[in-house]
Design a protein around this ligand. Structure first.
Ligand SMILES: Nc1ncnc2c1ncn2[C@@H]1O[C@H](COP(=O)(O)OP(=O)(O)OP(=O)(O)O)[C@@H](O)[C@H]1O
Ligand SMILES: [Mg+2]
Length: 195
């Protein structure tokens, strides 16, 4: 069981993709969180019961922007939302682990692993780091954020020092995609393939 984390735009998904190509089973916590409140789900019904129909778009899907602005700056609301989503993500993660082959390398991509204090749940924690300027440039270029939005998202998360404290392996993703692939290959060879 490998925990994979890092700040927004650091390159977790890129590392996860490469690990999957090498044979790991990747469980993406963000994706499970989206699935927990997919259109028509019990999770979405609970969100609507908690926050009102104004968090739904006209087609019955979750209006993520409306929900985000509803819980922004309101700790009680955020905790209530987490109380709906997190147990579902945990249950689904356990199901996916249960069906993985016993000798599989299972990589759990969890953006907020450090913030949630989950490092102890993994045999190995991989932290992906990248320079803040580089991350902002990626988020502006690839995700259409403004530099201010990207910087605000980065500031709201744990610091690189906090991530380093729980890391067993640090991957610095400041170079090209090829550099990153080489680093992931090395981590696979030296820390995972033989496990
Ligand atoms: N070494 C690199 N060179 C160029 N672009 C990169 C590199 N690594 C990642 N990227 C790009 O930067 C963006 C952010 O990377 P990625 O999605 O892997 O980050 P993430 O850590 O998963 O972010 P999030 O927290 O939002 O899930 C993506 O568009 C990705 O293709
Ligand atoms: Mg990602």
């Amino acid at each position: 069981m490998v925990g994979l984390t890092g700040g927004i735009g650091a390159g977790k998904s890129a590392v996860a993709n490469q690990l999957a190509a090498l044979g790991a089973i990747v469980i993406d916590a963000d994706r499970l969180a989206r699935e927990a409140v997919v259109t028509g789900s019990e999770g979405l019904a609970e969100v609507v019961a908690a926050f009102g129909p104004e968090v739904l778009a006209a087609d019955g899907a979750l209006d993520r922007a409306a929900l985000a602005s509803r819980v922004f700056g309101d700790d009680a609301a955020r905790r209530r939302l987490e109380g709906i989503i997190h147990p579902r993500v945990r249950a689904r993660t356990a199901e996916l682990i249960a069906v993985a082959p016993p000798d599989a390398v299972v990589v759990n991509d969890v953006p907020l692993l450090v913030e949630a204090g989950l490092a102890g749940a993994y045999e190995l924690v991989i932290v992906v780091l990248a320079d803040e300027k580089t991350r902002i440039a990626r988020l502006v270029e690839d995700r259409g954020m403004t530099p201010d939005e990207a910087a605000a998202r980065i500031r709201a998360q744990a610091s690189d020092e906090q991530r380093r404290e729980v890391a067993d392996v640090v991957i610095v993703n400041d170079g090209t995609m090829d550099d990153l692939r080489n680093k992931v290959d090395e981590v696979w060879r030296e820390r995972l393939a033989s496990a």
